[in-house]
Design a protein around this ligand. Sequence first.
Ligand code: DX5
Ligand code: ZN
Length: 214
Amino acid sequence: MIVSPSLLAANFADLKSDIDMINRSEADWLHFDVMDGVFVPNISFGFPVLKAVSKICKKKLDVHLMIEEPGKFTAQFKELGTYMMTVHYEACPHLHRTIQQIHEAGMKAGVALNPHTPVCLLEDIVRDVDMVLLMTVNPGFGGQKFIEHSIDKVRELRKMIERTGSKALIQVDGGVNGETGKRLAEAGVDVLVAGSYVFGAPDALDRVAELKAM
Ligand code: DX5
Ligand code: ZN
């Protein structure tokens, strides 16, 4: 399993300690949630924080953009060391062009779906993306309850990927813990994002290892 702890649940008064912990952990990527207060009803962090994190983080940067018009910022995200740039389906009227721009900038491209957006809408884009992020809570906040229907969506997406010959990874984000993570792994997920389950625990390294072994 690829594990991408979500920085949103870290201690912002002592980010360096949390990044050092992630560097020592078995995590593969670090998940970085950008919110603009328009696409989602919350504001998180942006370029200055990414710049600082990028300098000390040894893991690949997995950037989840919960913002309108994300395609405007491909150059900046690449410049700051982004590995995977994920944009929301619901925020991109010209998604194919946005994915092209991300690739042209030299990054992997992901597309994220809100819980109410059906997997079947990916039919004509799934071969062009490197990852599909299925939101398993409504985006905007950490620590929410996992939406059960997500398991069916993972299975459906896994079938679509196999049928179309797409190479896309399946990522899930929201309410991931030891219990939901196991069921998501069985349903065919490749990448687990976890915020509060990792950073909220005294044994964060063990939690990462537990998810990694799934
Ligand atoms: C929510 C963010 C998530 C969030 C997950 O909008 O995209 O990455 O940090 O938090 P948990 O794992 O606590 O549900
Ligand atoms: Zn996220």
